[in-house]
Ligand binder design. Structure first.
Ligand code: PHE
Length: 350
């Protein structure tokens, strides 16, 4: 093997050993660079005769081209290998299941609230909403529960700084303040008619929303929902409450033979007062009495605080627990599940 052949061979070998493009460029410099071995051979021709230069030059050129070809081949091989690695690293597994767009849904208690509004809406009830941070006046005093009334201790709540008895100072313990708020608005709207001795359209409203008490166990949460109901007119009686509420419960639970019981009770803002219990005739809860609401005929002092004459206007109110209705409807036995935010639980209601 002549000197040029072995030069080509050692170049080819060195290129083959170059594992990275940077190594390869260093190897190239050793042969084709400014002071590389091929360049040195060219420089060495200076002393040769013209004839010798011709043949020697041609031979060196052949070797040079062979080295360049080896270099190009190796460059290509390294680039191919690099591409293969990259493709492998970025490979997509087309057999993986697609990422689904999460489908949202309503919270079970929201579903209940919608259901309640739909049913009472069909019975001609408006829907009103009011503040969760309430004043002492609306939450207690206007509802015939003055300061020092023992019933206040059953409504232990959270107080906010800076409030006064008439400015917001507590988290409402029930939705009953909405009885006053809504009635006052209603009366204001019909003031002229009332002053002229004309009839006022009846007040018929429900008021759903969040309420708060210092209470926490499997059936009590410091935040819970209530839905108030109020019907005031010139001739509204307890009988109407019974009809309306029975209708509501039977529709809500889709159970025509459901039975109601009005159990005497006490609330400062109603007189007489009753707890409403329901009893299913079939299903897993059949035969048990289950408490679902407080109710009663609106107390004359409360009617007066609405701006109406209790000698003329009368009616009933009720307050029910949508959380409890949701538990009964779906057979859930721990209230806290509703507020833990566990998607595995909540997604079952969609
Ligand atoms: N506000 C009462 C409670 O939270 C329920 C109720 C509402 C009772 C309306 C009578 C009339 O317990």
């Amino acid at each position: 093997m002549n000197e040029l052949d072995s030069l080509v061979e050692s170049a080819t070998q060195l290129f083959a050993q170059s594992a990275t493009p940077a190594d390869l460029e260093n190897a190239k410099a050793q042969f084709l660079g400014k002071s590389g071995r091929v360049t040195e051979l060219m420089k060495g021709m200076a002393q040769l005769s013209v004839e010798e230069k011709k043949s020697r030059g041609a031979a060196i050129n052949v070797a040079k081209q062979a080295i360049e070809a080896a270099l190009t081949a190796r460059r290509q091989a390294l680039a191919d290998a690099e591409l293969q690695l990259q493709l492998k690293a970025e490979a997509l597994d087309v057999s993986l299941p697609g990422r689904q767009r999460g489908q949202g849904g309503l919270h079970p208690v929201s579903l209940t609230l919608e259901r309640i509004q739909g049913i009472f809406g069909s019975m001609g009830f408006d829907v009103a909403e009011g503040p969760e941070i309430e004043s002492d006046w609306f939450n207690f005093t206007a509802l015939n529960t003055p300061e020092d009334h023992p019933a206040r201790s059953m409504h232990d709540t959270f107080y906010v700084e800076g409030g006064t008895a008439t400015a917001p100072n507590l988290l409402r313990t029930h939705t009953s303040p909405m009885q006053i708020r809504h009635a006052v608005q209603h009366v204001k709207k019909h003031r002229a008619a009332l002053d002229a001795g004309q009839a006022m359209p009846e007040i018929r409203v429900i008021a759903p929303g969040r309420t708060y008490r210092v209470d926490s166990d499997a059936t009590h949460s410091p935040m819970f929902h209530q839905c108030e109901g109020l019907w005031i007119g010139e001739n509204v009686s307890f009988k109407d409450l019974k009809v309306i509420f029975t209708d509501f419960c039977r529709t809500f639970f889709e159970s025509d033979d459901l039975v109601l019981r009005f159990r005497p009770s006490f609330f400062p803002f109603t007189e007489p007062s009753a707890e409403i219990d329901i009893q299913f005739q079939t299903g897993p809860l059949a035969g048990r009495w289950l408490e679902v609401a407080g109710s009663g005929q609106v107390h004359p002092n409360v009617v007066r605080n609405m701006g109406l004459d209790p000698e003329k206007y009368i009616g009933f109110a009720f307050g029910m627990g949508p959380d409890r209705l949701t538990m009964l409807r779906y057979g859930v036995n721990d209230l806290r599940l509703f507020f833990d935010g566990d998607i595995r639980f909540l997604s079952q209601f969609q």
